[in-house]
Design a binder for this molecule. Sequence first.
Ligand SMILES: Cc1cc2nc3c(=O)[nH]c(=O)nc-3n(C[C@H](O)[C@H](O)[C@H](O)COP(=O)(O)OP(=O)(O)OC[C@H]3O[C@@H](n4cnc5c(N)ncnc54)[C@H](O)[C@@H]3O)c2cc1C
Length: 467
Amino acid sequence: MHPALARLRTRLGPAGWLDQPAAMAPYLEESRARHHGAALAVVRPADTAAVAAVLAACHEAGVGMVPQGGNTGRCAGALPTAGQLVLSLARLDRIRAVDALDGSLTAEAGCILADVQAAARAHGRLFPLSLGAEGSCTIGGNLATNAGGLNVLRYGSARALCLGLEVVLADGRVWDGLRRLRKDNTGYDLRDLFIGSEGTLGVITAAVLRLFPLPERRATALAALADLDACLALLARARHASADTLTSFELLPRIGLDAAVRHVPGCRDPFDVAHAWCVLLELDGAGDAPAARLEALLADALAAGEIVDAATAASEAQAAALWRLREGLVEAQRHEGASIKHDVAVPVSRVPEFIRQASAACTALLPGVRPYPFGHVGDGNVHFNLSQPPGMAAADFLACWGRCERVVHDLVAACGGSFSAEHGVGRSKTGEMARYKSPLELELMRGIKRTLDPRGILNPGAVLPPG
Ligand SMILES: Cc1cc2nc3c(=O)[nH]c(=O)nc-3n(C[C@H](O)[C@H](O)[C@H](O)COP(=O)(O)OP(=O)(O)OC[C@H]3O[C@@H](n4cnc5c(N)ncnc54)[C@H](O)[C@@H]3O)c2cc1C
């Protein structure tokens, strides 16, 4: 072992340096278990100074280091290869400050997202980032991947929710950018450079997050669309009629609703008719305004022929039941055989056209395949998943992943979209970077990477394709 690493092991002690296979195992497998890694050791520093010591040692030894938060990522971004260190931020889990007047909360990178939401709530404030993995993903991981989730429509993605960062650089120096300012036009925005860089430019150790007034009330409904195209008119109507207090606008396809009802306890379709497409919408605000606005806009949408039916939640329990359907359809896909998944974005106005074209193209490629598109359509973000054709072996279906991906991502590019809306690039989509990013964009990104990480020790192999 390089002397710098040996010194680091002594400094971190047994709680901070894991190298036994059983202890390392959970850090070497992605949550979806599609990817497996290997590592020299897992290091678990307890504060920023110890993270700085890890980076300084890796820099000196020329050893690659892979930051890891909750390890809930979807593209193998936190998975090391043999000889590298995993840098777990899990022990940096303190809320350093909450300032209700500033509307800010300073959290260390390893804080679990749900704990940050709870800390904000305890001060009568809202931290609006919300996603399925919120019970295990971390603020550092959320910022490193610029996570999106369920409330982007109203509050923006992780980038929009961050005021300042503390980052350990490749050589172990610490950049203190923990500012609480809403306005600061003083040169290049370093904070924005680190957000979304997936641990390839620096290690986030703490962040100042934006808080919002806690909404008094929420109003939730499931609307059955007249057809897929009608989702655009309904979205525009809902944004306008709600004075832009629409927080969620989630598309649910028939196949997903059926699967949720079939496989997930507690899921019930509120309609007697099997509608092809539904939308889950939610507004927030004060007093009776959200419920009244929602009722009125749904009545107008019904009269305009955009929707054919709607079920409005009359209680928290009914709202939770509608959300259970949205969450259940993700869980239910597992029970429908193997899945091929795409997390793509297109301009909102092109969502219906994209879904139709991609469904037709995948069916032509793989007869019998079952398109399973759903997601945050209010942001143009479609999880364009595919379920195994009945009768086809799972392995044969999964062997078609690359061909399906090519067809789908080419269509996305033709629509002016992105092959990764909210999950990032990691290691599994670097080939797509090479194919869809312009040579100039790649050249600029490589220049930034060389400046901030001249020895290439920060998350090697993630984000940027070789070359
Ligand atoms: C059930 C489920 C639902 C999900 N839903 C959504 C969703 O709706 N929207 C969405 O955007 N994502 C979603 N995801 C993906 C994932 O939860 C998010 O990307 C999350 O932000 C990752 O956080 P993490 O702490 O688990 O990061 P990890 O998986 O540990 O790491 C992700 C990447 O960030 C880097 N990284 C982690 N911490 C740091 C740090 N402190 N400094 C620098 N780099 C770091 C890692 O090296 C890696 O490249 C979902 C995942 C699951 C399992």
